[in-house]
Design a protein. Structure first.
Length: 282
């Protein structure tokens, strides 16, 4: 995994710039809300719905709250929820795909038909069902969203497992009489973690967008909490007279998605190059 990170870092200057941007966004999301002179819900009665100024760099919203502070507080919550959803997705998708690929046969067919059936369900319909089931608990909702976002990862891990299960070290363990569960846990899954984590990074932007979309619809994060989806929804209602309320949160969201997608693509390219170099030549 360390070698993949080094290869991704050396991929291009643009990749390094996106990595620096993402590190800056994460650092400011952690530090800025607490370091700001304005609280997340603090009202400046003298600057209600004011544009960017020396006092409020991103301006204020219609309630007089500092938009810079709320944007970074929203980044903290949105990124936390995205990481939570991606972790749940990986925790389900990796073992599911590994089991389907290793055991094969009817087990593989039954498990992958379940994946196909889940693919057929509309995302908004699933979100509404999850809201009904879990209520307004945001963290439970995104654990549940992670539990339905593992489908692509499971297919990728299954494909990797089909190749790994015929490797010599797996055949040697099988010849020594090791149980199939032991082979799966000790030899197959550990050798899949690198590629699986790389492809899991490509799931992260989708979960960030899911949070923004769900909160935009009013089904996710609710006031007085701030997330990028909530801020963009508020800004969309005020965009005709207060452009800054939409422009700054939307720019942060788009920049973060660009950075994560670029890093994910660089990791995938590095993984593909390593697989090509490791392939036997005829």
């Amino acid at each position: 995994m360390r070698g993949l990170l080094r290869a991704a870092w050396a991929h291009s200057a643009w990749t390094r710039a996106c990595a620096a941007l993402l590190c800056a966004v994460v650092a400011l999301a952690v530090i800025a809300p607490d370091a700001s002179p304005w609280g997340v819900d603090e009202i400046d009665w003298d600057a209600i719905d004011r544009g960017p100024s020396a006092r409020h760099w991103f301006g204020t919203d219609s309630a007089g709250r500092d938009l810079l502070t709320r944007s970074w507080a929203g980044a903290r919550l949105s990124l936390s929820l995205a990481l939570l959803g991606t972790a749940v997705s990986a925790a389900i998708g990796i073992p599911y795909g590994a089991i389907a690929g290793y055991f094969g046969g009817r087990v593989d067919q039954a498990m992958m038909r379940a994946v196909d059936a889940t693919y057929a369900l509309p995302f908004v319909f699933l979100v509404i069902l999850l809201v009904v089931a879990f209520g307004r608990n945001v963290y439970l909702l995104f654990i549940a969203i992670g539990a339905v976002s593992w489908l692509d990862l499971a297919r990728i891990v299954r494909g990797q497992t089909l190749a790994v299960r015929n490797e010599l070290y797996v055949e040697a363990a099988r010849a020594l009489g090791a149980p199939r569960t032991t082979i799966l846990l000790r030899h197959v899954i550990p050798n899949l973690l690198g590629p699986a984590i790389v492809y899991a990074t490509l799931t992260l932007p989708g979960v960030i967008l899911a949070e923004s979309f769900i909160s935009f619809l009013g089904l996710g994060v609710q006031e007085p909490q701030a997330s990028w989806g909530v801020l963009i929804a508020d800004g969309a209602r005020e965009m005709q007279g207060s452009w800054w309320q939409l422009a700054f949160p939307a720019t942060l969201l788009a920049s973060t998605l660009l950075a994560v997608n670029t890093l994910g693509d660089a990791l995938r390219d590095a993984l593909n190059r390593r697989a090509t170099l490791a392939a036997p030549r005829e």
